[in-house]
Ligand binder design. Structure first.
Ligand code: ZN
Length: 309
């Protein structure tokens, strides 16, 4: 995977955001968040998140340690500082020892500790970011990482691919429980700079924006190389591919059926066909494969779990 860091671009971001009143920390956070978000093999629209630990002034005039973490509704590809709401760090860290926190309480606690109440809701992975004691934390659901985790013997495979600076975390739904688990794993191995989350994605962390981004590219590249080395059997294809309908013929039918069930909504059909889609459509046992669900929870936003064949 190509490393897209450019010192020149980084300096442009620093200059631009300084002129409109944002710190160096936030300028660099915006820059590398966009670098990650603009790579489709790392981040699908709305997926992944990043954070930076910095300081912010509240209305009382006091400076607080804060965690600026991606807010919901923002896409990493075109994030702005407003998309990284500042949450007071101390109250988050005070819950390190708490045994259980419901999703509802977690969201309201995060909201209550925002510097600006009008900010978007901080990510569900906020506590995880807070508990890792590094300035920069980058998180993606990279294709290559899912490719190595979502397979029989995935855990063993990951331990073989990555060095001792990487810990592999079993699957836990994002939320407070996952944050606690990550904190526990980190406490036992404070030398790590990366976490691979089974069936979920990857976290890299460091005290420098570039270093943290570099680690992401490095580990994703290692996963890519490991996958390339595997001897993957070609999936058997149905012999003849024949398209019976053109997009313009089938679209009105799909739109009509959708509108039948949703009379107040109008639908737009997006048509795409490429090598990968053909390979997927023409495989033997398509029915089984196509109803397996998505490879990762974030994909449910766009891909959904059921396919119309
Ligand atoms: Zn995630």
């Amino acid at each position: 995977m190509k490393n897209n860091w450019s010192q020149n671009s980084a300096e442009k971001y620093l200059k631009k955001y300084k002129n409109i009143g944002f710190s160096k920390d936030l300028a660099l956070r915006v820059y590398t968040t966009r670098l990650l978000g603009r790579n489709k093999e790392l981040v699908l629209h709305g997926g992944g998140n990043t954070s930076v630990k910095t300081t912010a002034k509240d209305i009382d005039g006091k400076k607080y340690d804060v965690l600026c973490v991606k807010g919901s509704g923002w896409d990493m590809a075109d994030i702005e500082p407003e998309g990284l709401p500042a949450v007071k760090l101390e109250p988050l860290l005070a819950l390190k020892k708490k045994k259980y926190l419901s999703d509802e309480d977690m969201v309201s606690f995060q909201k209550r500790n925002l510097i600006n109440i009008k900010s978007p809701n901080p990510s569900v992975e906020t506590f995880l970011h807070a508990f890792l004691p590094f300035k920069f934390v980058d998180h993606t659901h990279a294709d290559a990482i899912l490719n190595v985790t979502n397979r029989p013997g995935g855990l063993k495979f990951c331990n073989k691919i990555f060095n001792n600076k990487v810990s592999v975390v079993p699957y836990i739904m994002p939320g407070f429980k996952l944050a606690k688990k990550v904190n526990e794993i980190y406490s036992k191995n404070p030398n790590i700079n990366c976490l691979i989350l089974m069936n979920h994605g990857i976290f890299t962390f460091g005290d420098d924006a570039k270093e943290t981004y570099d680690l992401m590219i490095k580990y994703v590249s290692q996963a890519e190389r490991a996958v390339k080395k595997l001897k993957v059997k070609k999936i058997k294809q149905i012999n003849k591919f024949s398209t019976k309908f053109n997009a313009h013929e089938i679209s009105p039918i799909i739109r009509g059926l959708l509108s039948d069930n949703n009379p107040d909504q109008k639908f737009i059909v997006n048509y795409e066909l490429n090598y990968h889609i053909k390979y997927f459509m023409n495989r033997i046992n398509l029915r089984t494969y196509s109803s397996k669900g998505t490879v990762q929870h974030n994909h449910v936003i766009r891909v959904k779990t059921c396919t119309l064949i």
